[in-house]
Design a protein around this ligand. Structure first.
Ligand code: NAP
Length: 332
């Protein structure tokens, strides 16, 4: 009997770096493929900041935590190697929630065929969660208008970089918030942003004010942290804030305090959080919106690929150190 590798979550993070002590690397027997089922060899798996939430014991969130002892949750892309399913054939490429494992037995639920002739890395970086999240948050909440100013935090990240490029293509002035000079250089000189501010800078309010002389109309929030108060202070009347992520707070036992609400009234701001599982039914429409920008060459990406399933166990820390350069992916 041949086996394959899977990684189970066996403990919850308690602050500090994520490491192998939270996981159990196991060998499982290859499953028998029953009627109406197929077997996928997963080739690339996405790592996402949301995994910190899925590992936590929080049962009040938008999705239940991963149970201790279960395979760690993740989405990925792979190829069907055996099939007894009428609609899925050997050789088909599929994408969806498969978990930290080499092989995935499925009846088709939650998996979608991938027909675009693009490498796995490009699919995961643009057409999977990052592009869908950017498109949903920007257009449904941000409602960008030509000539407006948009600030996006986590601007060199997989979601933020797409948000900024979509807004730029729509004729907005786009300012990115990043954590290094290299990332500032990338978003300005490669992606075409109008400016970038390093949130580690000592004179954040002055730098932001210089870059947003007409205030801020749309704030796409991916990180929280010190920049949040300063962008909030610069919001224009009727501004929109799409709250996508607060990674600066994920490792903290007590999250930072947010801005006072009075300006929400005075400036008639819209502040709305969103999570993608609410919008999975809208994926065809989101892809229809996003694809023309990609086809027109307006959306560049970079993928940061780690090698081998076990690399996921420490790779997640790259999100917190900011050492991930683009979409974090594990090649299996
Ligand atoms: N709502 C949803 O459905 C949804 C879906 C996908 C993602 N998200 C959220 O969107 C955000 C971005 O996700 P992503 O996958 O695109 O990740 P990413 O931006 O590619 O990577 C995370 C980045 O966050 C920055 N960061 C880390 N700690 C920080 C801190 N203390 N202060 C400020 N920035 C910090 C780092 O960049 P620097 O080097 O620039 O610091 C790091 O590279 C995350 O918060 C994620 O949870 C939400």
């Amino acid at each position: 009997m041949t086996t394959y590798t899977a990684i189970n979550l066996i403990a919850r993070p308690t602050g500090g770096p994520i490491g192998p002590e939270l996981f159990d690397v196991v060998q499982l027997d290859m499953p028998t493929v029953g009627n109406g089922q197929f077997l996928v060899k997963q080739n690339h798996m996405s790592l996402d900041p949301a995994m910190f939430g899925w590992m936590s014991p929080d049962t009040e969130s938008y999705i239940p935590p991963v149970a201790l002892g279960d395979v760690m949750r993740s989405s990925g892309i792979g190829e069907i190697v055996e099939s007894n399913h009428p609609d899925f054939n050997v050789g088909d490429r599929v994408m969806g929630m498969m978990g930290w494992k080499e092989y995935h037995l499925s009846d088709g639920t939650g998996l979608n065929k991938v027909s675009a002739p693009l490498p796995d890395e490009a699919i995961l970086s643009v057409f999977a969660l990052p592009g869908l999240t950017a498109t949903q948050g920007l257009y449904s909440i941000g409602k960008p208008q030509k000539g407006e100013t948009l600030v996006v935090s986590g601007a060199a990240g997989s979601v933020g970089s797409i948000v900024g490029q979509l807004a730029k293509a729509d004729g907005l002035t786009v300012i990115g918030v990043v954590g290094s000079d290299e990332k500032a250089d990338w978003v300005i000189n490669e992606l075409g942003f109008d400016g970038a501010v390093n949130y580690k800078s000592a004179n954040l309010p002055e730098e932001l004010a210089k870059l947003t002389p007409r205030g801020v109309d749309v704030y796409f929030e991916n990180t929280g942290g010190p920049i949040q108060h300063h962008v909030f202070d610069r919001m224009n009347a009727h501004g929109r804030i799409a709250v996508c992520g607060l990674i600066a707070d994920y490792p903290k036992q007590t999250p930072d305090l947010g801005p006072n609400w009075i300006p929400i009234i005075k400036k008639r701001l819209t502040v709305q959080g969103f999570t993608m599982p609410d919008h999975f039914g809208e994926i065809p429409a989101l892809l229809e919106k996003l694809t023309p920008y990609v086809m027109a060459g307006k959306i560049k990406h970079r993928a940061h690929v780690l090698d081998g399933l076990p690399s996921a166990m420490t790779g997640l820390n790259l999100f917190f150190t900011g050492k991930n350069k683009g979409k974090l992916i594990v090649k299996i």
